[in-house]
Design a protein. Sequence first.
Length: 331
Amino acid sequence: MAFEENCAPRTSESVNRQALSPRITVGRAFPGEDLVLHASYDRVFQTPSFDNILISGSPLISAINSDFLRLPVEPSSGNDFELGATKGLADRVRFDAWVYWRHARNATDDDQLLNTGISYPIAFDHSATYGAEGKLRVVAAGPVSGFVSYSYMVAMEWFPVTEGLFLGKDAEGRILRTQCALSGDTGSAVYIAAFALDEGESCASIEQQLPQASTAFKSDSNGLWWIDQPHFVADFAADIPRDEAEFMAIAQVPISTDAFTHPVKNPAWKHKPTWYMVAAEDRSINPDQERMMAKRAKAKTVEVKSSHVAYMSHPKETAKLIEEAAASVNV
């Protein structure tokens, strides 16, 4: 587990972006079947709420909290796909059905200002939404008309929060993470049973050399990876109380294929003093792989007899390692 963030300094609160946002729709009618099929694609380009200027850009923010950070919320961009059909079931009854999938980078959302009813825009790294809808319509049957409908939607947003208004400790933490990422001489790197990747490596590429013991990682149709719940305890958290591990299995957050395959740039261990905890019974990362990564990073290494969640099964050893790394840094 390492905390590393690639940040670029921002010097302006205003954002000026332009982009094409076409929407393409095609349809095909089958009169003999009383059926219409249609498909559409929308290149999404969505600007944030004007509250970004009225609230986040206001000099009065300092009256609420003297520690604040403003990062401009840039427009969200992405792709929106939809497929649908309309079918006549009788002279006065029609059935509409469609499915959709949406993906956005720099996904804009709203957050609440302290305990007020005022919201302001923020942005997550990316988001994905998919779903389906159906509607059965009675066009007109004498004085009666109406419809019954059903919809299903799943929406996900991925941290970190990259833009918006940060107050108090949130602002301090954001500034500290940015400074640590930008300065090779600031801070230290601590990896707890984690990938200490080299330049150009990804989690997927390095695991090809020494595969993990677990075969319970499964991908779904959206390219998201989960640990199969029946195998979660044994393969991920075998040495913590079973009720905690089972809750983690239910509450787990998936990992995108992009996160597994994206190559690392400018790894922290190359220019920061490094500490590493090897989990000797890890089935999610091969322990020999962990030892190799710790060795090449010239990390001060400790090894514990633990599953992947060494920070939970060995909290004292983990805290001691982090404290030692923190104490070595001159702040």
